[in-house]
Design a protein around this ligand. Structure first.
Ligand code: RB5
Length: 160
């Protein structure tokens, strides 16, 4: 498995912990930076990781800023990306099982190192359940396609 990882200054400390944690698991890590706590703009790093995942150059991505919020906002603008900000292991489990999230966002100033490692471990280990969740993911894809083409979008079908 290859994981693309990126951070800004607020996520740098946690990234330095997660990179060796992932490598110890035999995962290939593609580190998009940042490489210090110097103040940088998080969208640059989110774009690099989101593109790597969207193009299939990485199986999944991890993005870390101070809160994880900015990273999730920008990552979700990329076609094919389902980025999820997780602050506990239940969220990590559910966003894999139900949303098939392909990017995990973490808040380096929100989530402690040990919990972050548990979140990553759970997120990596949990498979997508498929089944009824395919319907919602299909609707997300429809919305994404329409909005990419600048078209209005209304969900089709029933709400159930
Ligand atoms: C940087 O100070 C901070 O705004 C950024 O890391 C992130 O938390 C934004 O969502």
């Amino acid at each position: 498995m290859t994981i693309a990882i990126g951070c800004d200054h607020g996520g740098y400390a946690l990234k330095t912990i997660l990179v060796p944690f992932l490598e110890q698991k035999g995962i290939t890590v593609r580190d998009a930076g940042a490489h210090s706590t110097e103040i940088v703009r998080y969208p640059y790093y989110a774009a690099e990781v989101a593109r790597a995942v969207a193009r299939g150059e990485a199986d999944r991505g991890i993005l870390i800023c101070s809160t994880g919020i900015g990273m999730s906002m920008i990552a979700n603008k990329f076609k094919g990306i389902r980025a999820a900000l997780c602050t506990d292991t239940y969220m990590a489990k559910m966003t894999r099982a139900h949303n098939d999230a392909n990017i995990l966002c973490l808040g380096g100033r929100i989530t402690g190192d040990m919990l972050a490692m548990d979140i990553v471990e759970t997120w990596l280990a949990t498979p997508y359940e498929g089944g009824r969740h395919d319907i919602s993911l299909g609707l997300i894809r429809d919305a994404e396609t329409a909005m990419t083409n600048g078209e209005p979008w209304e969900p089709k079908g029933t709400r159930r």
